[in-house]
Write a protein that binds this ligand. Sequence first.
Ligand code: ZN
Ligand code: ZN
Ligand code: ZN
Length: 145
Amino acid sequence: MSEQQVRKRPVRLSSLRLRVLAVLEEANAPLTAAEVGQRAGTSTASTYRALGFLVQQHLVIAVPDGNLLPTGDERRVWRYARCVEKRHHHHFVCKACHSIIDIRCSDFERALAALTLNSEHLIESHELTLVGTCVHCLSGESHPQ
Ligand SMILES: [Zn+2]
Ligand SMILES: [Zn+2]
Ligand SMILES: [Zn+2]
């Protein structure tokens, strides 16, 4: 990503947030907050704050670490990655290589829109993360990154 894209958004990014964003920009795989902090040279607290802000601004996505999902552990590890796709979409997370892949499904969105219209509740948004094994890991190939 270029600085231009950051500037285009009506969001002020502090230098600390920019540093965190740059780390994810350069990473070739989703990172844990600890890894981000290490690379950005930021404290744990400010790393979490910066990541929280970037996720809120849809500049970065947070997905649960696939390997820790089935345990139901409350202290599950999250991984963070840059997501440049602005249109609404979901993510597929590979348990083996931790890659995060953008997923779009119009049938699913239509079904959810129908649910939203027919619900007595005020449904404003939804989140969905699919977890499994990516095609590269299934075929035993090394991941093209
Ligand atoms: Zn994989
Ligand atoms: Zn995405
Ligand atoms: Zn959706």
